[in-house]
Design a protein around this ligand. Structure first.
Ligand code: ATP
Ligand code: MG
Length: 251
């Protein structure tokens, strides 16, 4: 594997006596398509929180492009290229899609902006906003206010905002959670069309999605890595089948 873009060494997190992250040595390659799977409560979200800096580890380290970021604040990690989407909405509901994007890109580029008439003032910002709209096929919703969009498309805008941060790494914790099954394909298609230079780490319970998307899979059980490998390796791993993958659950 090429030098990891994001890596943990002996990472541990305890909540009281509970070891929620148990000596995890994890590496994400640049441009990877990587999934973390594991039962409820396995510590998947906690691991993401340790990677983003939302949580501090009890011990161990986190590295971004080889540099130790264990003590780095969450917002600094974002500036350095680690973006995530949340399981909750963090959008400006009364603003349009393009206005939300425009604000996020302006902030990243350090362009002063006005909330009164933000859209269309700075052509570099606008070009970037349109580029991201295209990637996520949100062009038709550009002028729609967030609260008017179906929930699935709101989740898409969250991914768009994460892209507006110009990330090297995108962490997606159950991006289709709460989205009606009739709409979930919109999210999963968008995840499939993310730019190849961004490393994408996804947590997802739907094994069809995982096995279609991922080139590499890490199985987390009770805070520790049980197995890691290609989708074929993981599908054939008897231990993984025993603890997690039900019969035919990814066919
Ligand atoms: N702030 C906290 N304080 C105490 N225990 C916590 C805290 N956050 C998580 N836990 C516990 O840590 C364990 C792992 O939780 P985590 O949310 O990381 O699991 P998960 O793999 O994301 O599960 P799910 O698939 O249900 O989202 C669980 O037992 C949970 O109850
Ligand atoms: Mg979780």
């Amino acid at each position: 594997m090429s030098k990891p873009i994001l890596e943990t060494r002996d990472l541990a997190k305890n909540f009281g006596a509970l070891a929620v992250t148990d000596n995890v040595n994890f590496a994400l390659a640049p441009g990877a398509r990587h999934a973390i799977i594991g039962p409820n409560g396995a510590g998947k979200t906690t691991l993401i929180n340790l990677l983003t800096g939302a949580l501090s580890p009890s011990s161990g380290s986190v590295y971004l492009a080889g540099g130790d970021i264990t003590g780095m604040a969450e917002y600094q990690r974002v500036k350095n290229g680690i973006a995530r989407t949340f399981q909750i909405n963090t959008l400006f509901m009364g603003l349009s899609v393009i206005e939300n994007l425009y604000l996020a890109i302006s902030e990243r580029m350090g362009v002063a902006t006005s909330l009164v008439r933000p859209a269309g003032k700075d052509s570099a910002v606008m070009e970037e906003a349109v580029r991201i709209l295209n990637i996520l096929k949100l062009e038709e919703d550009s002028l729609t206010e967030i609260h008017e969009l179906p929930y699935g498309r709101q989740r898409l805008v969250e991914i768009a905002i994460a892209l507006a941060l110009d990330p090297k790494v995108l962490l997606l914790d159950e991006p289709a959670a709460g989205v009606p099954t009739t709409e979930s394909h919109i999210i999963l298609d968008a995840v499939d069309s993310l730019p190849k230079d961004i490393a994408v780490l996804i947590i997802e319970h739907d094994m069809d999605v995982v096995f279609r998307f991922a080139e590499r899979i890490t199985v987390l059980v009770r805070g520790a890595i049980l197995a890691e490998g290609s989708p074929d390796d993981i599908a054939a791993n008897e231990e993984v089948q025993a603890v997690y993958l039900g019969e035919g659950s990814h066919d």
